[in-house]
Design a protein around this ligand. Structure first.
Ligand SMILES: [Zn+2]
Length: 415
């Protein structure tokens, strides 16, 4: 849709809006010329000149070289200047807190991983998050005055307006004021969202998701969730609960309980934790398995990765476990495909790293359940950044604020 032309003079209060509009055009079209921007935006050449000068002055864009055209005069090319601005991305998982310091072009300078200790209080966990941020910030690798903010991915239902984690079965949290806990110690702007949504956002900003308008990111880790992207935007639903894919009911055997307490949720059948529990249950029922040797008799040490290792050794318990769990997952994904008709499904999270044990079975299950009268091949793809999708997406949260001219110092939230 073409933006209507506006006069060369733009009132001060509209400056950020128009600057953000032009900055977004430059970001989406690296190497674009001023004339092309004028054509796309519908703004006059004089307005574009003024805005570009302002963006150059604010160090948001750079103008490079001369690009020869088949006809006419050579032109200069404009680029978003993300390489000298930085963000800290944090994936707050129930097992590990992972963090990176990266520039806004996703070159990573520093990485930290610490154990979460999720059983301790929310205050303790968020203190740990703040420590990780401080360690990442305390560096001579980059100009740390140019760290624009901190993005976080949190497992749970996150209200992005209030900054409250309303419910997180994985952490056993209800109504935790994450913004307040973070504001006490992080002296940088910070933003957070549900982990699966952040993963989808990262895929959209930095990954293969850029190629698609509509896609769904499925996160299969300790729990299961989904981030839905429709027309290149995250879909939140009325109460921000869209994507709670792990809690859709499946017709299973009801042997394990979900973290939310129900025994009908997909998470209870197909998450990393469920895979481990279901394998242990089979062994305890008397089935022979190489897992007994692999875990050296300590069943608590069994995780999805170990079950996948046993799978590669042709272990019958591991084969049965993965076949069952991926059947639950695959049939549920087929349901999503039938409802949303997306261009692609991306799958990330720790369980998706388990090679053929996961992918072969899951693809088979999806394809056998999906309703597809055209027989077109569904793009069922691994998340571009695999188990780091959430951290990269967290950096993407800050990138988005910068491109929308809400950072630095202009956003309404914490600073
Ligand atoms: Zn549940």
């Amino acid at each position: 849709m073409k933006t209507p032309a506006i006069p060369s003079f733009v009132p001060e209060h509209l400056n950020n809006v128009t600057n953000a509009t032009i900055l977004k055009i430059v970001y989406k079209n690296p190497g674009i010329s001023r004339n092309e921007i004028a054509r796309i935006s519908g703004y006059s050449s004089a307005t574009i000149t003024r805005i570009i000068e302002s963006l150059l002055k604010e160090d948001m864009v750079e103008e490079k070289g001369h690009r020869s055209l088949p006809k006419g005069r050579p032109r200069k090319s404009l680029f978003f200047k993300g390489h000298n601005k930085y963000a800290i991305g944090i994936d707050l998982g129930t097992t590990y807190i992972r963090g990176v310091l990266a520039n806004l072009e996703m070159d990573v300078y520093k990485e930290i991983e610490v154990v979460t200790e999720a059983h301790k209080s929310p205050e303790y966990v968020f203190d740990k998050v703040c420590d990780v941020v401080e360690k990442l910030r305390n560096t001579t690798l980059v100009d740390n005055t140019k760290i624009m903010g901190v993005g976080l991915a949190i497992a749970g239902i996150v209200n992005t307006s209030t900054g409250i984690v309303e419910y997180s079965p994985a952490f056993n949290w209800r109504n935790i004021n994450a913004r307040e806990l973070l504001s006490k110690k992080i002296g940088l702007p910070h933003l957070f969202d549900n982990v699966s949504r952040v993963m989808a956002f990262g895929e959209l900003k930095f990954g293969k998701g850029e190629e698609y308008n509509d896609f769904i990111m499925i996160n299969v880790g300790f729990g299961i969730g989904a981030g839905i992207v429709l027309n290149k935007k995250l879909f939140y639903g009325t109460d921000g609960m869209a994507g709670e894919f792990g809690h859709i009911p499946v017709c299973g055997d009801g042997l394990e309980k979900c973290t939310c307490g129900k025994n009908t949720c997909l998470t209870a059948y197909a998450s990393g934790e469920a895979i481990a529990k279901r394998a242990v249950r089979k062994i305890k029922s008397g089935k022979k398995s190489k897992l007994v040797d692999l875990c050296e008799g300590n069943f608590q040490a069994i995780d999805a990765k170990m079950v996948a290792e046993a799978y590669s050794m042709n272990d019958s318990v591991a084969i049965e476990t993965f076949r069952e769990s991926t059947e639950y997952l695959g049939s549920s994904i087929a349901g999503l495909v039938n409802v949303f008709n997306p261009q692609a499904i991306f799958i990330g999270g720790g369980v998706s790293l388990n090679g053929p044990a996961f992918w072969n079975n899951m693809e088979k299950s999806v394809n056998s359940h999906v309703f597809n009268h055209r027989s077109t091949k569904l793009n069922l793809l691994p998340a571009t950044y695999l188990d780091k999708a959430a951290i990269y997406g967290s950096v993407g949260l800050i990138l988005d604020e910068v491109i929308n001219f809400k950072l630095p110092g202009k956003q309404k939230k914490d600073s």
